[in-house]
Design a protein around this ligand. Structure first.
Ligand code: HEM
Ligand SMILES: *[C@@H]1O[C@H](CO)[C@@H](O)[C@H](O)[C@H]1NC(C)=O
Length: 328
């Protein structure tokens, strides 16, 4: 996906990052304390039920928030569905967003809308930010207060998506450039990559790393040989499109720092994961997070707050949607 790094995409993300600072000033914790005091507890309870029914909701929700914020800012544009198929979820880059997570967010929104006095008050963008916070602590990660006060966007289109999201074959320069254009440092980027401590990747995203004779990779960081052999069983050369592997081979359902320890043993699944250890410039941070989970959790919480400030819409630039799947 490296070739997706086109100038047009860059211009768009740079423009978003410039908008972020001014709008982000209006975000604050406990934003709904007087207008809809039960909003946060209601979202948490709905999301928690859905995670219990299907673990996939947890990683799915975290990834949904990341893709929302990188595409047009954190404005729930990722949730919009268009009858003509020109919505973000129909972009190839977003095709594997979890339907279970989308469903959980829609249910959380409906539950909040039904609270007395809350109809039309709480944005889908904020519900997504709350839910992303909730799935982190529900799976063993840190608990944190989340900044709120975003409005939902009114525009969307699938064409922009592949230009503004990172690809699994990105090297450190590409990762740093894309995250920097969103106001995030290399340190933030490494911490946020720690979200790959839960969830899955389909075989097509890394299969070239385990059958390199099939297609020469421009960049392929080293992989542990036992890990490679086990992945060839999970993804044989004629793998079905539904086949997938865990992003964190050690503790795939726990939000912990094992993802970083895996990288030290060349057990990173995506090239973009393993490069964080292979490249000498990012390796010290991987070692820090692998050795000290408090340092990882602190950095993750700080970086999630910065992620949540990207391209925030306020005032006439947005609205509070009645349902997350459609503009009012
Ligand atoms: C650093 C650059 C990143 C790259 C190249 C990347 C790439 C990917 C890819 C290719 C997948 C697998 C999609 C599939 O096959 O289904 C994935 C899954 C995932 N990503 Fe990332 N990602 C990055 C950063 C992030 C960030 C910043 C977050 C959140 C803070 C995140 C959260 C997730 C989660 C939780 C999953 C698992 C989804 C699931 O199981 O449904 N990723 N990512
Ligand atoms: C781990 O990181 C935390 C937070 O940065 C720090 O306060 C603590 O001293 C570190 N612990 C060790 C053993 O280095």
């Amino acid at each position: 996906m490296a070739r997706a790094f086109l100038p047009s995409g860059l211009v768009a993300v740079v423009a978003l990052a410039c908008l972020a600072d001014a709008a982000a000033a209006q975000l604050r914790q406990n934003y709904y304390a007087s207008s809809c005091p039960s909003a946060e507890s209601t979202v948490r309870s709905v999301i928690s039920q859905h995670v219990q029914q299907s673990f996939a909701v947890a990683p799915g929700t975290l990834r949904l928030f990341f893709h929302d914020c990188f595409v047009r800012g954190c404005d729930a544009s990722v949730m919009l569905m268009a009858a003509n198929g020109d919505d973000e979820s129909h972009s190839g880059a977003d095709a594997t967003l979890s339907p279970d997570a989308v469903e959980a967010i829609n249910k959380a929104k409906a539950a909040v809308e039904a609270l007395p006095g809350c109809a039309g008050k709480v944005s889908c963008a904020d519900i997504l930010a709350m839910a992303a916070r909730d799935v982190v602590s529900l799976t063993g990660g840190p608990s944190y207060g989340v900044e709120l006060g975003r409005l939902d966007g009114r525009s969307f289109s699938k064409s922009i998506v592949k230009h503004v999201l990172p690809g699994p074959g990105f090297d450190l320069n590409q990762l740093n450039a894309l995250f920097a254009s969103n106001g995030l440092t290399q340190f933030d980027m490494i911490a946020l990559s720690g979200a790959h401590t839960i969830g899955v990747t389909h075989c097509d995203k890394f299969v070239r790393r385990i059958y390199t004779f099939k297609q020469r990779l421009r960049y392929n960081p080293p992989m542990n040989l036992d890990f490679l052999r086990s992945l060839r069983k999970v993804c044989p050369m004629n793998y079905p499109p539904t086949a997938f592997a865990m992003l964190d081979v050690t503790t795939p359902k726990t939000f912990d720092n094992a993802y970083f320890d895996n990288l030290r043993y060349q057990k990173g699944l995506l090239a973009s994961d393993q490069v964080l250890f292979t490249d000498r410039r990012s390796r010290p941070t991987v070692n820090l997070f692998a050795a000290n989970s408090t340092a990882f959790f602190d950095a993750f919480v700080a970086a999630m707050a910065k992620l949540g400030r990207i391209g925030v819409k306020t005032g006439s630039a947005g609205e509070v949607r009645r349902v997350c799947t459609a503009v009012n």
